[in-house]
Ligand binder design. Structure first.
Ligand code: ZN
Length: 97
């Protein structure tokens, strides 16, 4: 995307706290997973700790709505990006599922 590397995005978004639990974030999480069409774009990435990132990606790439409701509720309170992605997901209503 427009010549911005993953390393540059990490520098922009980290250090920060994990949007899902408030721990120290070490990685970037895709709000919309890449395999669902999510992009390596700053607007689709949020700071995440490894535990939360692995939790979302572990079994199969889950959207926010398919994942841990407690963590998602926390993230919606703490991240405007997560709120926006959540609202977008609710509009889509799994049209493709
Ligand atoms: Zn976390």
């Amino acid at each position: 995307m427009v010549g911005v590397t993953w390393g540059q995005m990490k520098k922009r978004l980290l250090p920060a706290l994990c949007v899902y639990c408030g721990d120290e974030a070490k990685v970037l999480d895709h709000l919309l997973p890449r395999c669902r069409g999510g992009m390596d774009h700053e607007g689709n990435l949020v700071p995440s700790c490894r535990k939360c990132n692995n939790g979302r990606g572990g079994k199969h790439r889950r959207t926010l709505a398919e994942w841990d409701p407690v963590r998602v509720a926390y993230a919606r309170r703490h991240s405007a990006k997560v709120r926006a992605e959540w609202q977008r997901l609710m509009k889509v209503e799994y049209a493709e599922a």
